[in-house]
Design a protein around this ligand. Sequence first.
Ligand code: F6P
Length: 458
Amino acid sequence: MKRIGILTAGGDTPALNATIYGAIERANALKIDVFGFQRGYAGLLDPRVPHVHLNPLFTTIPELDPCKGGTLLGSSRTYIDQESTEELRSVQRHLKKLNIDGLICIGGDGTINGMQPIAEFIPCALAPKTIDNDLGLNYIDEPNEWYRTPCDENPGYREQHLPYRDTIRLEDIINYATPGYATAVYVVAQALERIRTTAESHRRVALVEVMGRQSGYIALGSAYGQPDIILIPEVPIALDQLVARVRQIYELQQHVVISVGEGVRQEDGTELGAVAPTYDPAGNLRYSGAADSLLKLLSDRLGDELFLENRSFEPASSALFTRKIGHTQRGGRPILFDRFHASQLGGKAVDILVSGDNNEVATIQYDAKSGFSLSSISANKLRDQWGEIHPREVHPAMYDARRMHLSAFGMEYLKPIFTNAIGADDMEFCRVQMFGPGNLTNRYQSVNIDIRKRIRYL
Ligand code: F6P
């Protein structure tokens, strides 16, 4: 293996540069050249194939800062159409012309699905990333638990999961956490802490919408911000129970903070947020407005009296409010947990290619005795019987549906990730950088400008 290609695809996360950095440092040690492709798979399809030599003379280029969010390679949700022989041939031609011997794709479920046809003609490894924390399995044989039932809507079948195994062990989880998740939860927990005191002062009910699509890991992790109620997409909202709980908490403390996973559903299965498909081979959906829809349902059911009687002097329409944390969850400096594990996974992806494996995913495993370790799994093991890779859902054992909150096992799951997730330098960075006088005088220096000077074309 003399020359490796690397790309970042799908929605960005704060830890992408750290993964690229880990891969390059490992490649430097093994005297392997690394070429970065711009804008994910779109770069491979572009006839000019914009690319950057990331380690001339086996030295990492200084523009790559592992502590900076985003990706110096850029990302896109463009994927290669596996039905299009023309597209596949041109990707193969481009990689050959650049003498690429193996490809590292950094991404989530969309990226791994997009990698499948490429792995047919060149060795590929996936270094996982996604704030949604949904790349992996609750246990090894989970893909066999997906089944399809015919229906009238497109694509003619509905996918469902058999009831989950009752209990799992932390050691069973394949790919315990994905880089980006910890930083997203950090942002959410901070936001909840801040929203809390304003809801408390004004005696309001705050519905805070967090990302994660159909997976409730970010909502689950939001427990660190101490919301009163957590709603995850995996468990349909029992409206009567929710109304009763909100009323009870409001009567007790005159305000309520609810963390709402963006993909939450009603008991009949309808998703509360508006749904639009993304251009993604994982069939991912884009959600908007789950908290807004929930606000309408709640304010109708709670009525004005609760708020007027409890001295808020506001009707329900103004006592309830929503906030979407949005893309701040995906941006900015990655915290220590993400930086460390992202760079390890980048290095592991290089090792996978060097050892001669193909279509393999670098993973982080956990066990209570030895903590975190690196491993890998064949992408095939993540696929169901029809070849599809599903986003991992929060296992029912992690959530207490009765309390609408984290379960005891959920706590056990989160602790290894978050207990020491923030480094002293993360705090110092905030102290020194945020109000540095230079921020007032200097324009933001975009890495896109710096990297453009290094881009080469076929
Ligand atoms: O998959 C990551 C993610 O941030 C989801 O949590 C969210 O639903 C989606 O991407 C948003 O996508 P976009 O940035 O394309 O709107």
